[in-house]
Ligand binder design. Structure first.
Ligand code: B12
Ligand code: SF4
Ligand code: SF4
Length: 389
């Protein structure tokens, strides 16, 4: 065994990475990526198409790449207090893209010191790079790809951020997880379980391991900057930003321990924001509350849009005055979703003045569309299990 390799692993682990694994950088087989793109499942994330080849072939990102170092950071927060809306757990931190970067820079320096690499002999990424992180993590044996498409770790369950370092340094690869009785690439350790597929509130899995982003609440509430399709809004339930349903139902989480969190700064207080406070957000208050979080990237308009949907699904008619006020908001995006929410709460007759003033075609469509009342939906939807944060 190469003692330098284990020293590198120790150094990276001491920096705060909860898992450090190595993979050979030979290209990934298609991994379903081209089919996924071909079917349009990336929605408006055109950047995914532009970088598709690079995601499979690190050599195209950094010529001469020999190895991929895959890093996992556990973000399991333990139990969170209940709040007015449900947030994806990963978002309840200062932006992990920012908090992990200094450690990645230090990891690069470790490569320089231990292997004599030059500063151009590696490149690191967290999330936003042209790297198919889950597939590389599976190859490196960090975990297996579940039917929920997540990279699931036997030690950390589903609650793991991934980061990667492409390097020209040759590192002996770690073994992927294997099973004598199966060579499945998806759901290797899932057995007969289908909990995640059954629990998805918007039926976003056309097949195990494949998420149609266009139907995924995470995509709709975070990546989509425009109108959220009406048929998906009831399924969004109380989820204001991202979705953890297919992660939290997974039995592999029973092994998850709260992480060391050296690379994360928790912001659990965000959970306690009430829906009423969220509907009242002003630009100044938004900037103050969400400073340094990833949430600020949806901008105030996106968050108000999402808050309107959650309010509409809440069955809470005491929010009607605030929603009626938002039906007169300066941005059509907010007005349209506010109109939907008011109507879903059975408040059509409160909209007379706003409707007379409305000229935007998309918002006018929200007045005409059929809307089921939220009481009806709560009885029939798959909510139940999702309310705890
Ligand atoms: C685009 C994107 C999204 C999109 C699309 C999701 C998706 N499933 O592709 C949206 C916005 C919906 C999304 C949502 C979420 N995301 Co996201 N996302 C990404 C991003 C930037 C690219 C993913 C990508 O390339 N997708 C294309 C598909 C084809 O690839 P894939 O799912 O990654 O890879 C799978 C296929 O290759 C498949 N596969 C392998 N072999 C084969 C063979 C065949 C035949 C087939 C069909 C498939 C197949 O298995 C792979 C692993 O799932 C990555 C970061 C990165 N650079 O990789 C983060 C990333 C995947 N997301 C992450 C997270 C945390 C989430 C959310 C949990 C956030 C939330 N709470 O709201 C949800 C989870 C949704 C889900 N179940 O997947 C983490 C996942 C960590 C982990 N442990 O797996 C990542 C790695 C970011 C990070 N650096 O930590 N995300
Ligand atoms: S994140 Fe939510 S909406 Fe997206 S696939 Fe998982 S359960 Fe479905
Ligand atoms: S919930 Fe079940 S099927 Fe889904 S990823 Fe976890 S073990 Fe696999």
């Amino acid at each position: 065994m190469d003692p330098r390799r284990e020293e590198l692993r120790r150094r990276l682990s001491a920096l705060g990475f909860d898992d450090v694994r190595f993979a050979a950088a030979t290209p990934l087989a298609g991994e379903g990526l081209q089919d996924w793109l071909g079917a349009g499942m990336q929605g408006d994330m055109q950047w995914m198409e532009r970088t598709a080849e690079k995601r499979l072939q690190p050599d195209l990102v950094l010529a001469g790449t020999r190895s991929v170092i895959m890093l996992g950071v556990n973000y399991w927060p333990g139990k969170l207090p209940a709040g007015g809306a449900t947030w994806a757990r990963y978002a309840l931190h200062e932006d992990y893209h920012d908090t992990m970067k200094p450690a990645l820079a230090a990891a690069g320096r470790a490569l320089e010191e231990i292997y004599g690499a030059g500063s151009g002999d590696y490149r690191y990424y967290v999330d936003t790079g042209p790297v198919l992180e889950r597939s590389w993590a599976a190859r490196a044996g960090l975990g297996f790809v579940g039917k929920n498409a997540m990279l699931i770790s036997r030690r950390h369950g589903n609650w793991l951020f991934l980061a990667s370092i492409l390097t020209r340094v040759e590192l002996a690869p770690d073994e992927p997880i294997r099973k004598k009785t199966s060579d499945a690439t998806i759901g290797l350790l899932c057995g007969k379980c289908t909990r995640c597929l059954d629990a998805c509130p918007t039926n976003a899995f056309p097949q195990p391991g494949v998420v149609d982003a266009r139907r995924c609440i995470s995509y709709q509430t975070i990546e989509n900057k425009g109108v959220i399709p009406r048929e998906l809004r009831p399924g969004i339930g109380a989820r204001i930003y991202g979705c953890d349903v297919c992660l939290e139902v997974c039995p592999w989480n029973r092994f998850a321990q709260a992480g060391r969190r050296m690379l994360l700064t928790a912001r659990p207080e965000l959970v306690q924001l009430t829906l009423s406070e969220l509907l009242e957000l002003t630009p100044a208050r938004f900037a103050e509350v969400f400073r340094r979080t990833a949430i600020k990237r949806v901008k105030l308009a996106g968050l108000l849009r999402n808050a309107c949907i959650v309010a509409g699904n809440s069955g809470d008619r005491s929010l009607l005055p605030q929603l009626v006020r938002l039906a007169g908001h300066e941005l059509p995006l907010v007005r349209g979703h506010a109109v939907w929410a008011v109507r879903r709460l059975g408040g059509d007759d409160l909209l007379t003045a706003a409707r007379v003033a409305e000229t935007d075609p998309a918002v006018l469509e929200e007045y005409r569309a059929e809307v089921e009342s939220s009481k009806f939906e709560t009885r029939n939807s798959k909510e139940g299990a999702e309310s705890e944060n």
